[in-house]
Design a binder for this molecule. Structure first.
Ligand SMILES: [Mg+2]
Length: 268
């Protein structure tokens, strides 16, 4: 098909040049240049979804349930520590050294101790029964997330979600956000029993879409796990640094997923 046929077909079907469908044809037929990669390996938490806000909101709700006499300031500090996990329990979970609920119990106990709250392990179920629904109802996409996914798909790039979260938590997030069907390829820490930065999860993600690692680009907010680890696994990688802290030791590749199409083109 040459450009005259393409414009003619679009006009015949009543489509204006520049609509999504025509843009898709333009990319598929090479008018917008070759596809910059075969696969996009996308992190989920704090890349597509604002997980930090959801964790903090849910932790405050659960703290109010378990420690009703605590002050708002104490619950907020508990939530900040529960999210930031300074003792590294989540990392131990992703390394396969802790099970999910062991990890969560340790995070609660450590965060409570750090802010002077008395934690009674028998209250774990009560904590979860407040935390889990609050976490589910706090799920939000970052506004730039789905437009970036759609831009990649219009280019014919296969998308895989690669997250260090658990399988049940990830399923819940995608279901609440109404995109379970939209992402058939999802790799969690439960898939292989380990998470990023283990190279096996990157290799597995590429294998799901039948793409060679060197033809895939990983994108995520965690420099060691999403960028350095992906590069070590033979992939290209873009670091999403939404806050511009530069903590990864190199300038951010992108500050927003709005910049993703251009960054993919430049990363060729
Ligand atoms: Mg992340």
């Amino acid at each position: 098909m040459d450009i005259t046929d393409l414009v003619g077909s679009a006009l015949k079907q009543g489509m204006a040049w520049g609509t999504d469908t025509v843009r898709q044809w333009r990319r598929r037929t090479g008018f917008d240049g070759p596809r910059p990669c075969d696969g996009l390996i996308l992190d989920v938490d704090d890349t597509l979804i604002d997980t930090e806000s959801a964790i903090r909101a849910a932790a405050q709700t659960a703290a109010l349930e378990v420690w009703p006499q605590s002050t708002t300031a104490t619950r907020e500090r508990f939530a900040v520590l529960f999210h930031s996990d300074p003792h590294g329990y989540f990392t131990r979970y992703t390394e396969g050294r802790l099970r999910f609920h062991e990890m969560r119990k340790l995070r609660i106990a450590a965060s409570a101790a750090d802010v002077g709250l008395v934690w009674e392990p028998r209250r774990y179920r009560r904590f979860c029964s407040a935390y889990d629904p609050a976490f589910a109802s706090a799920q939000r996409f970052h506004p730039d997330a789905m437009p970036a996914v759609e831009a990649a798909e219009r280019w014919g790039i296969a998308v895989v979600l690669l997250t260090n979260s658990s399988n049940p938590a990830t399923r819940m997030k995608l279901q609440v956000l109404g995109v379970s069907e939209r992402f058939p390829h999802v790799v969690t820490t439960d898939t292989l029993g380990v998470g990023k930065p283990d190279p096996r999860v990157f290799e597995h993600a590429c294998g799901l879409i039948g793409a060679a690692p060197e033809l895939c680009v990983a994108v995520g907010d965690n420099y060691p796990n999403d960028v350095a680890a992906a590069r070590a696994a033979g992939m290209r990688a873009l670091w999403l640094d939404r806050t511009g802290t530069g903590a990864g030791g190199e300038p951010p590749s992108i500050r927003s997923l709005d910049e993703l199409p251009e960054a993919l083109r430049a990363a060729q």
